[in-house]
Design a protein. Sequence first.
Length: 386
Amino acid sequence: MNTFTTSWGDLGLTRYPEDPRDQLRAWDAADEYLLRHLESLEDPAALGGTVVVLGDRWGALTTALASHGPAQITDSYLTQQATRANLARNRPAEQLAGVRLLSTQEPPPDRVDVLLVRVPKSLALLEDQLQRLAPRLHADTLVVGTGMVTEIHTSTLRLFERIVGPTRTSLAVKKARLIFCTPDPALRPAGEPWPRGYELPGDIGVMSGRPVTNHAGIFCADRLDIGTRFLLQHLPEPRGPVRVVDLGCGNGVVGTAAAVANPEAHVVFTDESFQAVASAEATFRANTDPGAKAEFLVGDGLAGIERASADLVLNNPPFHTHRALTDSTSWRMFTGARAALRPGGELWVVGNRHLGYHTRLRRLFGNCETVAGNPKFVVLRAVKRR
């Protein structure tokens, strides 16, 4: 845990899940810059009314501003859990009652008087959320965005300008920048609505030519990523009433393929992204019969799955979390998979060849087989022996 010094107090903040070995902070210079700007506002009532914090990474902004009763909107389950923990650690119970933690799939507040935007990695997610929030803004809404210089591009500013109103930026401080936007209630931005869909290519087995649904912000929302394509070409084909987990499901194409290939399967789709799980459910419903069995869980990997309850886990793990390159996410996915599998159950993983997942899987499972490989990717199979 590190201490974040703000005008609203010294805050002990951590990421989620909390790991004492993790040296990464739960805030950065962009969060500091935004809070210093809010502190400098001459009008003490500027933070009155309904405050919305969009895209907070680990709850630093929401925790600092808890006395203003903000509504946090995020696509990340991990962000929500980090925010809950940081609020509980730093704020009295009477302040917590006014704070709302909303997902990007929930309706935003009807009226927004202050909109604070931590610019996300995904421009599509920013577009989607600004379009949802724009009708709730009014001419006097205070709109301030923040991000590192590498996160704010000309396309970012054009998006604010097109959807919200006239936009300008600050000077850079510690490689962070602010975005100032004046809402124009007369704007009625015309944009392509999310979710969007596309038809899968014809060389990927049972999912060939089938429709996929993608909500804004999910990985490769406009096309099938090449790692998933490779896994789909080499999927196992278990028969009977097996329990299959699509771990880190994204748009659900892998788990849906398992369900299409085996109508008796019970498929669990799980991801930490609310947008991803909504996409997976839409993809599954569009490609299976009404009686097909499935669960859709937003959570931290396999933490919500009963131990020794799965026959097969399918996984295309990410290797970054909020721009931080790390293998901690894949390791937690692999250890969670081992706990969730029954004896004899299998974990199938696709990953970049250079990441060396086979070494970790052998250490964890005692075995690992390369099912298929090409110059870029490998599909690996590990079996839980006992």
